[in-house]
Design a protein around this ligand. Sequence first.
Ligand SMILES: Nc1ncnc2c1ncn2[C@@H]1O[C@H](COP(=O)(O)OP(=O)(O)OP(=O)(O)O)[C@@H](O)[C@H]1O
Ligand SMILES: [Mg+2]
Length: 242
Amino acid sequence: MSMKIKLNKFTKKNREKNAEMRAETISDKSKFAIVESYKAARTNIMFSLSADDKKLFAVTSYSKGEGKSTVSANLAISFSKMEKRVLLVDADLRRPNIHNIFKLENNAGLSNIIGKMGDFDEVVHRDVLPNLDILPSGTIPPNPSELLCSARFIDFVNRVNEEYDYVIFDTPPVGVVADALLLKDLVAGFVIVLRERNTTHGDIQNLLESARLADCKLLGFVKVGCDTGKKRGRRYYYYQYY
Ligand SMILES: Nc1ncnc2c1ncn2[C@@H]1O[C@H](COP(=O)(O)OP(=O)(O)OP(=O)(O)O)[C@@H](O)[C@H]1O
Ligand SMILES: [Mg+2]
């Protein structure tokens, strides 16, 4: 099953320059195939979560720029369409991007809550879309790993676990920093993003090894694909879930 979507020309230069402009979020106007592929991913994640009483999961990848933030954002939108209360948390306290994707202010967010400089109710963006609340990263702290290990972070997670039906965490790449794996006891598991022609076999092996050593549960893989064959001058992207 392959899902394809038309996006702007994809070059490394453009990617770095215009990251927030081209992150494509699904909407009623999106192509049927792309919306359906996220629905399929959602269904599979829901099955994986059904064995667990926690409805929290994290999205990560091995390397940077593989599409974690885009996939987190779109999964959050897809889950919110089921009339469930969803919170998307930008737990990438190093290269946060969720606020760009949804065009939100990032003056305050997760780091401010953990650093006791803000209260969840004051900093969360309520109803960004129906049923979808978003917590941006907040001010980039000097010590992200310590914040994600802190008792304040655990308190925050327990609170949002009570308040929401699903909580989705966007995280940094595990091949670069270990932040994502710090969430392992707090979430039901991890969704791994792989990017076609970018994620290598070695990356996947390293990631599986890190997950095994840290005793992390993997809920599944989302493949972000790039069909380099041009069709009427455009490139097509697609997503698959395993
Ligand atoms: N399906 C797609 N088609 C085309 N471009 C995409 C797709 N998914 C993501 N991108 C682009 O790739 C870039 C990286 O995506 P994104 O920010 O989601 O990755 P990331 O893994 O979160 O990166 P980082 O490691 O920096 O956090 C962005 O410019 C985004 O717009
Ligand atoms: Mg990101």
